[in-house]
Design a protein around this ligand. Structure first.
Ligand SMILES: Cc1cc2nc3c(=O)[nH]c(=O)nc-3n(C[C@H](O)[C@H](O)[C@H](O)COP(=O)(O)OP(=O)(O)OC[C@H]3O[C@@H](n4cnc5c(N)ncnc54)[C@H](O)[C@@H]3O)c2cc1C
Length: 409
């Protein structure tokens, strides 16, 4: 159940509750849940291991879809603020083959608000601004969770928190998930190397023109380049390929955390892997900043479900991490959060609310995860660009359908 009316005050319909909800993780899913719960008068604490809202780069731009991410923002009372901050032109998409020939292109109509883009940092700030001060406990890593009667105790490095409901919104490597399921994310066989090109318009105008206002995709021979314009004047590029998880070792590349230690060496490795591709495309490798990251793509087995368990559940990647080729990861994390909040507010009790939420979330996550796996396989195939162009056509049709549906409501 989603309370999607921006102007509706959910406290009017909420069950009276003294429930304390502990949310582990201040990503898009956890923060949407917290904002929607707090809006309904439920006591919520978010425990986040990041030292602060801006302590690490939040990653690339996200499209927020009507029907999922945007509905979740409405439930948190944030749709108008999102529409103010978003970049509709970021929906532009271009698919090129490895020779640089444009196979498909979509230019966004000025009034098209189906999937506008927003930078992750801006989205996080938007969600945080909706919360009462002190709701998020920064620099708090949850290490262990144990049952204590009807409640759970979360142990952090600096003390413990007791809650009636623990929600794991803590991403792919969730510490909450083992309370519900033995499943672990598996390596998909594809790694993204994440590059960033700062001040692209002035420093690299040819790359800027190639990428355009939104996203650019090119794939062949089980390799691909994905470039996305960000709101801060930079372009983020993912150079992806199929290889073993330990390929950096074989290539003589060392890492500190996810960051490569030697940007010159990793650029040379990428040039070798994309040898023979159009110079306009490989120029993105040469143009990148020195901060280069290794992002192996993981996914949970599909379907991933668990028997409903009193006092614990999961939202977002903790429940259903999948490859980014669904385009739904952050959107569905936020929809999970908003729907779980809606069910808790509808009552009559937390256990029933969690059961109803999981019954809706499981089939949705399965459909998205199957689509993500299919998208990944198609993109990293012999003829990935042709596959991407076909998917673009399907997405444009879906896009039009969502727009038409939105105009009818
Ligand atoms: C390369 C790439 C591109 C993507 N592109 C898109 C896209 O275009 N559109 C889209 O919708 N999705 C995209 N996704 C997917 C999207 O990033 C995720 O699905 C989304 O971030 C999941 O949100 P979440 O809130 O579930 O988890 P996360 O965003 O992972 O947040 C989890 C939070 O929990 C915290 N945490 C973890 N463990 C603990 C702990 N023990 N204690 C306390 N805190 C903890 C983390 O610090 C983090 O802040 C992409 C993913 C990747 C890898």
């Amino acid at each position: 159940m989603l309370v999607a009316d921006e102007n509706h005050d959910p406290r009017e319909a909420a069950m009276t509750t003294t429930t304390h909800v502990a949310v582990v993780g201040a990503g898009p899913g956890g923060l949407t849940l917290a904002a929607a719960l707090q809006r309904g008068g439920v006591t919520v604490t978010v425990l986040e291991r990041d030292d602060g809202p801006h302590s690490r780069d939040q990653g690339g731009t996200l499209d927020m879809k009507k029907g999922s991410g945007q509905d979740a923002l409405a439930a948190a009372g944030l749709l108008d603020a999102f529409l103010w901050h978003c970049r509709p032109e970021g929906q532009d998409q271009r698919v090129l083959d490895r020779d640089g020939t444009v196979l498909a292109e979509e230019i966004t109509a000025p009034d098209d608000m189906a999937n506008p883009e927003i930078d992750r940092g801006v989205l996080r700030s938007l969600l945080l601004d909706a919360l009462e001060p002190g709701t998020v406990r920064w620099g708090t890593t949850v290490r262990e969770i144990r049952r204590d009667g009807d409640r759970h105790v979360l142990e952090t490095g600096g003390g413990s928190v007791t809650a009636d409901l623990v929600v794991g919104a803590d991403g792919a490597w969730s510490v909450v998930r083992p309370l519900l399921s033995a499943a672990r994310p598996e390596y998909s066989g594809v790694t993204f190397v994440e590059l960033r090109i700062s001040c692209v318009d002035t420093a690299h105008p040819a790359v800027s023109a190639l990428v355009g206002r939104g996203g650019m995709f090119s794939a062949a021979d089980a390799k691909g380049l994905v470039a996305q314009r960000q709101g801060d004047g930079s372009v983020r590029v993912y150079a992806g390929f199929r290889d073993a998880l330990d390929w950096p070792v074989a290539a003589g590349l060392s890492l500190t955390g996810a960051r490569f230690d030697d940007a010159v060496a990793v650029r040379a490795e990428l040039r070798r892997r994309f040898d023979g591709w159009a110079p306009a495309l490989t120029a993105m490798i040469d143009a990148c900043d020195d901060a280069v990251y290794c992002r192996p793509l993981y996914a949970l087995p599909v379907p991933h479900t668990w028997p409903s368990t009193p006092g614990v559940t999961l939202v977002g990647d903790a429940a259903h991490v999948m490859s980014p080729f669904s385009g739904e990861g952050a959107n569905s994390a936020m929809l999970d959060g908003a729907e779980l909040a809606g069910e808790i507010l509808a009552g009559p009790d937390v256990a029933t609310a969690v059961l109803r939420y999981e019954r809706t979330m499981f089939p949705r996550a399965t459909v998205n995860a199957l689509g993500a796996a299919e998208g990944l396989d198609g993109f990293f195939s012999a003829d990935g660009s042709a596959h991407a162009a076909r998917r673009r056509e399907e997405m444009i049709a879906e896009h039009s359908r969502r727009n038409a549906a939105a105009q009818c409501t």
